[in-house]
Design a protein around this ligand. Structure first.
Ligand SMILES: C[S@@+](CC[C@H](N)C(=O)[O-])C[C@H]1O[C@@H](n2cnc3c(N)ncnc32)[C@H](O)[C@@H]1O
Length: 266
């Protein structure tokens, strides 16, 4: 199934959570009507809106539980309507223009883009991880190395500096991190190349080393792709997240937080 197929998008937890909020709305109206008739609903406008938001959140959390969404979605579903209401009231109190919400939304959209579908948000690895990856690279031959989900490009730019004999590239789905990494490469005169796109469209067979810092949700699919495409002699490196289907050939502790670099040889 293609990553952008409608079936995969409808199955994404964030899309299901949104649909459950919509489904919760008529149930909220019914519950509020019954509570008001029984005299159990607050009468002041402020309290009654908060009451409606809490009833909506409770329905949405219940539906998330019934639909089998992961446990943290219950908290998100419950808190989402009251937080939305409080943000609205806060904006009124501070006289923020509606455009401020649009600007924040657009910024987050450009940073997180398809995270609702991929379940892989942006969070960076660090210098100690880059050093550990560099130490794993065979020193005696040129390599083609790719960071799938390259974020702001830190790892790729660092390796390009350390290994002038290697071809370094990154691929990133989200527009703003991709733009930042491309501008950083240009500003520093780096040979590193950054593509904007989905790593699922890459052929891993074209690389000697594939580096991934993704999320648990992506690891099963990543393994199936790596197993189908990677050539003998190539290496898959995943920071922090393991693959249940196959034990890594090496595990390296890279930081004090005990996050591990997992390495598979093909
Ligand atoms: C945890 S960050 C890692 C960033 C970078 N590799 C690092 O080590 O600092 C994961 C990145 O992968 C990107 N991403 C998620 N799914 C992707 C996909 N299918 N194709 C390309 N990039 C993707 C996200 O937008 C995010 O920027």
């Amino acid at each position: 199934m293609s990553p952008t197929s409608p079936r995969r998008i409808w199955r994404a937890p964030a899309v299901r959570a949104l649909l459950l909020q919509i489904l919760a709305f008529p149930l909220t109206l019914g519950a509020v009507w019954l509570l008001a008739r029984a005299g159990l609903f607050p009468s002041s406008a402020m309290q009654s809106w908060l009451g409606v938001a809490l009833v909506q959140g409770a329905w949405a959390a219940l539906l998330a539980w019934r639909a089998g969404l992961a446990s943290w979605w219950r908290a998100i579903q419950f808190l989402f309507p009251p937080i939305l209401l409080l943000a609205r009231q806060g904006a009124d109190a501070l006289a923020l223009p509606p455009a401020a919400f649009l600007a924040v939304f657009l910024f987050l959209l450009l940073v997180y883009w398809s995270t609702f579908r991929t379940q892989v948000p942006y969070y960076p690895s660090g210098r100690r991880v880059w050093e550990a990856v560099a130490r794993q690279l065979p020193p005696d031959r040129p390599l083609r190395i790719v960071d799938i989900g390259s974020g702001l490009g830190g790892l790729v730019l660092d390796l390009a500096r350390r290994r002038p004999d290697c071809e370094l590239s990154g691929i990133e789905l989200a527009p703003l991190p991709w733009l930042a990494s491309s501008l950083r490469a240009r500003a520093t005169g780096s040979r590193a190349r950054f593509l904007r796109g989905d790593y699922e469209s890459l052929n891993f067979g074209n690389y000697d080393v594939v580096f991934a810092y993704l999320s648990p949700a992506a690891m099963g699919g990543l393994w199936r792709k790596a197993e189908a495409e990677m050539r003998p002699g190539s290496v898959l490196v995943s920071y922090e997240f393991d693959i249940v289907e196959r034990e890594p050939d090496r595990r390296i502790v890279t930081t004090d937080s005990r996050k591990i670099l997992h390495i598979w040889h093909f």
